[in-house]
Design a protein around this ligand. Structure first.
Ligand SMILES: O=C([O-])CC(=O)C(=O)O
Ligand SMILES: [Mg+2]
Length: 650
């Protein structure tokens, strides 16, 4: 193994190479040279090879590598929480000096390779000067176009596709071809493209991930890698990771066990971390843990990309997860944020409890969804009058989302009123597949359902539970579509002037009811929001715009707030702080439209406010390590955000 670290490059500066490679090199301005976070291996001929993040294989002799000495000083980013690393000659963040441990190598991206490097490619937007300086002459047609025109053209192209999955694939191709164009497109067309890169289309993409799979976009850690996870993490080309979204694919949206094909979810969530929350793409790491799948269809699918075995459970599962969690902390330190995503109930609660005290973790389905729904409910009080404590809540679905939301509502009510948590919980009722959760069922209930087992006679059907509990708010977190039937909606609508109905299961096919059903069956009285987007509905000559109560409002800003404050733990009060910040973004103009969530078009501003509130809470709780605390946290959050604007290359 060649041990050639950054300082050895610098100490060798000025050494001229010889031979073809060296001649090629001397022709090229040294400013092309950049330090890339790639590991090198030495083959039998003593050459170092490294696979760059762009997937371009760089081969260099030791001598040649010495010649790739950066001519420009490698500067350190100003004290910005989200940056904070060494910049390469493109002005982009790279690993910090102490992370540049051997065996890191140097590689060159210019000419043909530059066009195939998604992090630096600008396509037709390379200027005349850049085309000269970077050996691009002839590799591109003569036209030079602006970033804006590229966005316009891509949107035009994407709109030509009728099938959502084709749009998804076009977006993934773009992400792999030109990252900054991908993010500019997504950020400037967020309402149109969110349903493409995220729910509902990402659900279909996961179902078909094996057949549409082209290039890996994250790390696959399977049982085969047991005992070697730290090594696997080091294969990832980026070193300065700040957020990991990890799934084991067992409960992908409301679609069930999709095994290794769940990878679409971490990839999609992390692209929102960047587009919606401004965390730079190179700091994001999607991970799928593959312990097998119990999905027979996938096990028999010749295109399935995961381990062809039934799921490992018990100790084998726990050991793999523990090795992963330990390796992450060892490799990236204790301030890397780990977001658990789409784990099945039986693991999700346990993992959160187990690692919540040792790692910076949160579960998006339990806590992120809860935070967004609480914000919507707080905002809804402006439309219905009163406070949270005036309500009775009934959930269909008592899993991660259901019990997570229920607990955060109870916590907020307790904080607002001073009434103990055990008491505020009594306003909240849950129905699972066996009926209303009541005290006589307590013995047989899973632990996360037990706090909701109140005194009541057993009730089997949802509609009977509604008649008995008389909820003012009905929330669907069942993962089962079409469960808010006409009778269900009519029953809750008969009890309330303005029933709050939230159909949160994803994707659209699993939504408890559609927006049209909610408005029609409630004669236009429902305050409705869903997890996946629905188009506006016309009813009785009026247009109703449904809200989207999706955790995408929260996790990008929450993550940014945690990163920028250097938080070391996630605390429930931070989720409340995030929720409060989101609710505060609902303006009178939005209320006047009958909405309880702000438009996604404003999400960057919303995320900055969420991040600021979360960071403020982290400082207040003594959980922030980035000191001193910035004076204006909103401004600071904005200043930390990634911009997809092209860099000018020297
Ligand atoms: O991914 C989404 O749209 C929301 C979510 O976390 C889920 O449904 O599991
Ligand atoms: Mg999820």
């Amino acid at each position: 193994m060649i041990s050639l670290n950054r300082s050895s490059f610098l100490s060798n500066s000025g050494v001229n190479g010889s031979g073809i490679n060296a001649q090629r090199q001397t022709r090229r301005p040294l400013a092309y040279v950049r330090i890339v976070a790639s590991r090198s291996n030495q083959d039998q001929k003593g050459r170092a090879t490294s696979e760059r993040s762009s997937g371009v294989l760089v081969e260099s002799t030791l001598k040649e590598m010495k010649d790739h000495t950066p001519s420009t000083p490698v500067g350190v980013d100003p004290d910005c929480a989200v940056g904070g690393g060494v910049k390469d000659v493109y002005g982009e963040d790279r690993a910090t000096e102490d992370q540049l441990v051997t065996p890191w190598t140097v590689s060159v991206a210019s000419g043909y390779s530059l066009l195939r490097d998604p992090h630096h490619n600008k396509g037709l937007a390379f200027s005349e000067k850049e085309r000269d300086a970077h050996y691009l002459r002839g590799l591109l047609p003569p036209t030079v176009v602006s970033h804006d025109l590229q966005v316009k053209k891509m949107m035009h192209n994407i709109r030509q596709y009728q099938v959502p999955l084709q749009k998804y694939m076009a977006m993934m191709d773009l992400q792999e071809m030109n990252e900054r164009l991908f993010y500019k497109l997504l950020m400037e067309n967020v309402e149109e493209l969110l349903p493409v890169v995220y729910t509902p289309t990402v659900g279909e993409a996961c179902q078909k991930y094996g057949s549409i799979f082209r290039r890996p976009q994250g790390l696959f850690i399977s049982l085969k890698e047991k005992g070697r996870i730290l090594e696997v993490l080091k294969n990832w080309p980026e070193r300065n990771i700040q957020v990991i979204v990890v799934t084991d694919g067992e409960r992908i949206l409301g679609l069930g066990d999709l095994g290794c094909q769940g990878m679409g979810i971490p990839v999609g969530k992390l692209s929102l971390y960047t587009a919606l929350g401004g965390v730079r793409p190179s700091a994001c790491l999607p991970v799928t843990i593959d312990v097998g799948t119990n999905n027979e269809k996938l096990l028999n699918d010749e295109f399935y990309i995961g381990l062809r075995q039934r799921r490992a459970t018990g100790q084998e599962y726990a050991e793999l997860l523990h090795e992963f969690m330990t390796a992450v902390k060892q490799n990236y330190g204790e301030k890397v944020l780990i977001q658990f995503e789409d784990f099945a109930n039986h693991n999700a609660f346990d993992l959160l409890e187990k690692y919540g005290t040792t790692h910076l973790v949160f579960n998006d389905d339990i806590q992120g969804t809860a935070s967004v729904v609480l914000a919507g409910l707080v905002a809804a009080q402006k439309l219905v009058g009163g406070t949270l404590a005036d309500h009775r809540f009934l959930f269909l679905g008592a899993g991660e989302a259901g019990t997570g939301i229920a607990e955060l509502i109870a916590l907020e009510m307790s904080k607002q009123t001073g009434v103990p948590l055990e008491e505020t919980r009594k306003n909240i009722w849950l129905v699972d597949s066996k009926g209303l959760i009541v005290s006589s069922r307590k013995e047989s209930l899973q632990h996360f359902k037990k706090p909701w087992a109140h005194e009541h006679e057993p009730v089997k059907e949802l509609v009977d539970a509604i008649k008995s509990i008389k909820p003012t708010v009905l929330i669907g977190t069942s993962g089962v579509g079409k469960t808010f039937t006409k009778e269900v909606v009519e029953t809750v609508a008969a009890l309330n002037k303005k029933p709050i109905i939230l159909a949160l299961s994803n994707p659209t096919s699993q939504s408890e009811c559609t927006a049209e059903e909610a408005y029609t069956w409630s004669q236009g009285r429902a305050i409705f929001a869903s997890g996946s987007p629905f188009a506006p509905v016309e009813y009785g000559g009026k247009v109703y715009v449904p809200g989207q109560a999706n955790n995408a409002y929260i996790f990008p800003g929450l993550g940014l707030g945690l990163i920028m404050s250097g938080a070391i733990r996630v605390h429930d009060d931070m989720l409340l702080a995030a929720s409060e910040a989101l609710a505060a973004q609902v303006t009178q103009e939005i209320y006047d439209k009958g909405l309880i969530f702000p438009p996604f078009a404003n999400i960057r501003k919303i995320s900055a406010h969420i991040a600021a509130n979360v960071a403020a809470k982290a400082y207040e709780l003594g959980l922030a390590t980035r000191l001193p605390q910035p004076d204006d946290l909103v401004k600071y959050a904005e200043s930390c955000m990634y911009s997809p604007a092209y860099r000018h290359y020297r």
